[in-house]
Design a protein around this ligand. Structure first.
Ligand code: MN3
Length: 198
């Protein structure tokens, strides 16, 4: 049985960029529901129920009969990753990460610009990701619905949820404003650096 991972900050601490109401719905209802469904779907599956979330995602990714398990497992993983990607403590980007971003995107502003364009370019529900490939190169990708970089041989470093439920209460249809506000105010740069070093 998987348990909902705690968020490391209070439900009001991302305001005014992400409201307490959004956190309560997004974490307390949407994320919780994916977790409850996953637990229910694997409870009688002796092969899957003792695996880690990452193992379940990789094992079910290309199986047509296990799509519901994949979708719910990946959504649990993606949401865990999203909450960790955010931080209310507006901290400076570590020098080591900044130089890597400058190297691969030419500047922090260009990185943000490309991330926003990628997030806007995801038609319908999905996710925008900063990822690292096997040669240690950074890139920005989008994935639809529950899909994520784990099944693409890419290491996720940072993500923003661009399903409408992530921003509709606070921004209505203005997805670009939601993404820009996160990039300018709520990025957990230390989390990105930790993932980069893995
Ligand atoms: Mn979501």
């Amino acid at each position: 049985m998987f348990k909902l991972k705690n968020i490391n900050y209070s439900s009001t601490s991302l305001e005014p960029f992400i409201s307490e109401k959004t956190i309560n719905f997004h974490y307390g209802k949407h994320h919780q529901t994916y977790l409850d469904k996953l637990n229910d779907l694997i409870k009688d599956n002796s092969e899957l129920k003792n695996l880690s979330l990452e193992e379940i995602i990789k094992k079910t990714a290309n199986s047509q009969s296990l799509t519901a398990i994949f979708n719910n497992a990946a959504q649990v993983y993606n949401h865990d990753f999203f909450w960790q990607s955010l931080s209310p403590d507006k901290h400076e980007i570590p020098e080591e990460l900044l130089s890597k971003i400058n190297q691969d995107f030419s500047s922090l502003d260009k990185f943000k610009e490309e991330f926003i364009q990628t997030a806007i370019g995801q038609f319908g529900s999905g996710w925008a990701w900063l990822v690292k490939d096997l040669d240690n190169n950074l890139s920005i990708i989008k994935t639809s619905n529950a899909n994520n970089p784990l099944t693409l041989d890419l290491t996720p470093l940072f993500t923003i949820d661009v399903w409408e439920h992530a921003y509709y209460l606070d921004y209505q249809n203005k997805r670009p404003d939601f993404v820009k506000n996160i990039l300018d105010n709520l990025v957990n740069w230390n989390f990105i650096l930790e993932n980069l070093k893995k």
